[in-house]
Design a protein around this ligand. Structure first.
Ligand code: NI
Length: 139
């Protein structure tokens, strides 16, 4: 079993808030990320896949294919976008790093399987100090 990680980056705007709460309540729970006028992050996305090494190629999979998949399913939809308003796979979800990572998992899992590997981890770095790792629904 081998693990391979591909890094991609994107810039996006978001706001953490619950519509039914006042601005004050949102600020109390979500802090600066609840700013009603939006704000952005330079996100780093690390996608780790796992599987067995193909004895013919020496690869687990072709990293170019993995990069293309991540670009098509995720980066093109989120880069320079407003995650609350413009991203189909975030519709109806609170735009926290946790939920973004889980939604990205949903976008990628099947495509990774088609490339002959299994998705292992989606790691999303929001700031230098804060990151989340999503390992799927049963781990
Ligand atoms: Ni934020």
């Amino acid at each position: 079993m081998i693990h391979i990680t591909r890094r991609e980056r994107f810039n996006a705007a978001h706001r953490l808030f619950r519509e039914e709460w006042s601005d004050e309540q949102n600020l109390e729970v979500f802090g600066k990320c609840s700013n009603p006028k939006w704000h952005g992050h330079n996100y780093e996305l690390f996608v780790t896949v796992k599987g067995e090494i193909d004895p013919e190629t020496g690869f687990l999979l072709n990293l170019k294919d993995l990069s293309l998949l991540i670009r098509e399913r995720v980066i093109e939809k989120v880069d320079h976008r407003n995650l609350n308003l413009e991203v189909d796979f975030m519709k109806g979800r609170l735009v926290s790093s946790e939920n973004i990572a889980a939604a990205i998992w949903d976008e990628l899992a099947e495509g990774v399987r088609k490339l002959g590997a299994e998705l292992h981890c989606v790691r999303l770095v929001e700031t230098e100090n804060n990151s989340v790792e999503f390992y799927g629904y049963n781990s």
